[in-house]
Design a protein around this ligand. Structure first.
Ligand SMILES: [Zn+2]
Length: 288
């Protein structure tokens, strides 16, 4: 819970932005009552969206950027330990009430990198992430739910929506998964025409609308339930997604004990059932 420096309630200035693969869900959890953007908070409306989970839940960079502020009271009216990331072009994200920082001030961060832990520092009633998006300058807050939704991200959890023209690690994972499904693709992380055609072919084969968008209907049919002993391109897909979230694995396509440990660590940090198996819920979180 935090206040804005000014009573700003601008909607996303670029709601039509492509779902470009460059943003991801910062934390898994649920939206508490009254924790929405614009909710009444004394003199000013609530400047972000609250995402509730337990203390220690992983908090990830929602996009690549630079840590420009780190500490307490780093934005006017905000309490507890907070981080501000700059993403260029006047875009910023803020992460509040953290229990722990996992990056240094001025550090460069990649999208999906773990930057801190959820907590209950500052003026709160319980542990949660207070997450803000700013577009058009620091202080120009926008609704984080709609801002991320316009970029194919479901804040708090849920499958991502990756559209033609997207780029990034999640696209690499799609390319590895499609390769495992029988159409060999170069895993270059660019969702161009060859990859889109292959996805459309896969969608048609599964009775899905062949729109080339890898979203909540396509993902569950595209991913594999994986466990220790599996090997192949689908395991590479898993490894690159774990690495997007700071696992540091060799992308060798072999699901051995090191990958099992990474899956378990990811599940634990994201409050998923910890079994070391990469099933649908784990994939949903990883690609979100
Ligand atoms: Zn809040």
């Amino acid at each position: 819970m935090a206040l804005t420096g000014a009573p700003m309630l601008t909607s996303s200035a670029s709601a039509a932005t492509l779902k470009d693969g460059r943003w991801c869900n910062p934390a898994r959890g649920y939206f508490p009552s009254g924790g929405h953007y614009g909710a009444p908070r004394g003199s000013y409306p609530h400047a972000g969206q609250d995402v509730t989970n337990s203390t220690g839940t992983a908090v990830y960079a929602a996009a690549a950027g630079t840590v420009i502020r780190r500490g307490t009271g780093v934005l006017t009216g905000r309490s507890g330990y907070g981080l501000v990331l700059s993403h260029g072009s006047g875009r910023y994200t803020y992460y509040g009430h953290l229990s722990r920082f996992r990056i240094a001030l001025n550090a460069r961060v990649s999208v999906g990198q773990r930057i801190g832990d959820m907590g209950a520092t500052g003026n709160v009633t319980g542990p949660h992430l207070h997450f803000e998006t700013h577009a058009g300058g620091l202080g120009a807050t926008t609704n984080p739910v709609t801002y991320l939704s316009a970029r194919g991200v479901d804040l708090g959890g849920g499958w991502s929506a990756i559209s033609p023209g997207a780029a990034g690690t999640t696209v690499r994972a799609i390319q590895y998964l499609i390769t495992q499904r029988g159409t060999k693709l170069v895993a270059d992380g660019v969702y161009g025409s060859v990859s889109v055609s292959a996805v459309k072919k896969f969608q048609t084969s599964r009775g899905l609308v062949a729109d080339g968008q890898v979203g909540p209907k396509t993902w569950p049919k595209l991913v594999y339930s994986l466990r220790q002993g599996n090997s192949g391109s689908h395991v590479r897909a898993l490894q690159v997604m774990l690495n997007k979230h700071s696992a540091g694995l060799a992308v060798d396509g072999g699901f051995g004990s090191v990958t099992t440990s990474a899956v378990r660590a990811y599940q634990s940090a994201n409050r998923l059932y910890v079994d070391g198996l990469a099933g649908a819920k784990t994939w949903e979180a990883l690609v979100g």
